[in-house]
Design a protein around this ligand. Structure first.
Ligand code: SAH
Length: 403
């Protein structure tokens, strides 16, 4: 098996520099190597802005320092096991991690209005023998995983059937951005432009959004989630603005405030039901934190003028898609600056639910919109290769069962 994380595998005592924030890297080079702290900034830029995978590449560090670093430190990266492209241009990347864990990351291009399910045709057919013109997405969304498996047991979710394998470390979360970007279709422009400096407008770059909506519950792995955000938003690294990062939770009430306070990211809450009885049934987490508590926690968040919270609401035919549900959802979100994302159920092997008809989805959406609730239907992306919401499951089952 490939060892990709010497620290957690315990096979090696070299320092994993990828798991450090820039401040920690500065401290490491100063305290452990007796080098000026700015060398830590240089290392951080090589790792995160330029995607360096070895110390040899870091040509401005000096040969002797590079050799010393190679003796005491490592910069691991996930080993890509499988890359599965879907018909709509979405790419699912399976990465193998230490200890037999594996996670999936989904690279989702946005082709702009009018292109629902397929990669658009080029405007002009290519000359015979020439390389086909490649369409350019208007933005790219990366869906990151935070745990190998998940412990929360939501009844409609494929990841839940695995149980929890283990938490990902911060570097394993953040590294998914580098890995997925490398694994994206060659022909498409990469959102991370290695030559650019922080803050560059870079006319050619495609906007990158991150959603912590892959495998796992980010708030159940809070320290690593926060640390990964600190790494990814650092202006000397990938410099992803916190406003372009959305973290989704099943509703771990005590962790919500801290996440938002410490990172400034956007929050998404997987609501999925409008009564406690219903939610207890489909989301066991509700037995611990009730709908009322969850909404109080959301209401208590400091919200700027341009902020909003997203409520995800899965539509399960005959379970939570009635007109009464729509009315209750309007009441629950009343007074909140909220956006509702309806997610028609994405089927997966063995799931006991069905997706409502398009008409039923539309009717539910209109019922909310009529009452002034900002409501959108999330299109399934990559569902032909099980890359859509709730369809990620890495390499099958882990040992422990869900709660
Ligand atoms: N654990 C976090 C992060 C994962 S986000 C959370 O649940 O919020 C994944 C989103 O996809 C969640 O809103 C989840 O409820 C939704 N989802 C899960 N299974 C699904 C399915 N089969 N079809 C559609 N959406 C699903």
């Amino acid at each position: 098996m490939t060892k990709t994380d010497p620290e957690s595998s315990g096979s090696d005592d070299k320092k994993n520099l990828k798991d450090l924030t820039r401040a920690e890297l500065r401290a490491f080079v100063a305290d452990e190597l007796g080098e000026p702290a700015f060398r830590g900034d240089q290392l951080f830029r090589w790792i995160w802005a330029r995607g360096a995978r070895s110390f040899e590449e870091m040509t401005d560090l000096g040969r002797a320092l590079r050799a010393r670093l190679a003796g005491v430190a490592v910069i691991p990266t996930g080993a890509v096991k499988k890359r599965t492209p879907a018909s709509d241009g979405t790419v699912k990347v399976l990465t193998e991690l230490a200890g037999g864990a594996s996670v999936e990351t989904v690279w989702i291009p946005d082709w702009g209005p009018g292109h629902a399910g397929t990669i658009p045709e080029p405007d002009t057919p290519p000359e015979p023998g020439a390389r086909a013109q490649v369409p350019r997405p208007s933005r790219i969304t990366l869906c990151l995983s935070t745990q190998y498996g998940c412990a929360w047991g939501c009844r409609f979710c494929y990841t839940a059937t695995m149980g929890l394998g283990r938490d990902l470390r911060a570097w394993e979360i953040a590294d998914q951005v580098l890995v997925a970007t490398r694994e994206a279709p060659d022909a498409l422009p990469t959102p991370v432009d290695p030559g650019s400096k922080p803050g560059d407008k870079g006319g050619d770059k495609v906007a990158l959004n991150l959603v912590y909506m892959g495998m796992g519950e980010p708030l159940a792995n809070l320290e690593a989630t926060i640390r990964s955000i600190q790494i990814l938003t650092d202006e000397q690294g990938l410099a992803i603005p916190p406003r372009r990062i959305t973290v989704s939770t099943v509703g771990l009430v005590p962790a919500i405030e801290r996440l938002i306070d410490e990172t400034g990211v956007r929050l998404a809450v997987s609501l999925h039901a409008t009564t406690d009885a219903q939610r207890d049934e489909i989301m066991p987490v509700n037995r611990k934190w009730k709908l009322g508590e969850l909404l109080d926690a959301v209401r208590a968040l400091p919200m700027g003028k341009r902020d909003h919270v997203t409520f995800e609401y899965i539509l399960l035919a005959g379970v939570n898609d009635t007109p009464e549900d729509a009315r209750r959802l309007v009441r629950l979100t009343h007074g909140l600056r909220a956006k509702v994302n309806l997610i028609p159920f994405n089927p997966h092997p063995g799931a006991p639910y069905a997706r409502p008809s398009d008409e039923a989805v539309s009717a539910f959406k209109e019922a909310l919109r009529d009452k002034g609730v900002h409501t959108y239907v999330r299109r399934a992306r990559g569902d032909d290769v099980l890359a859509a919401c709730g369809q990620l499951a890495g390499e099958g089952k882990v040992q422990r069962r869900p709660v």
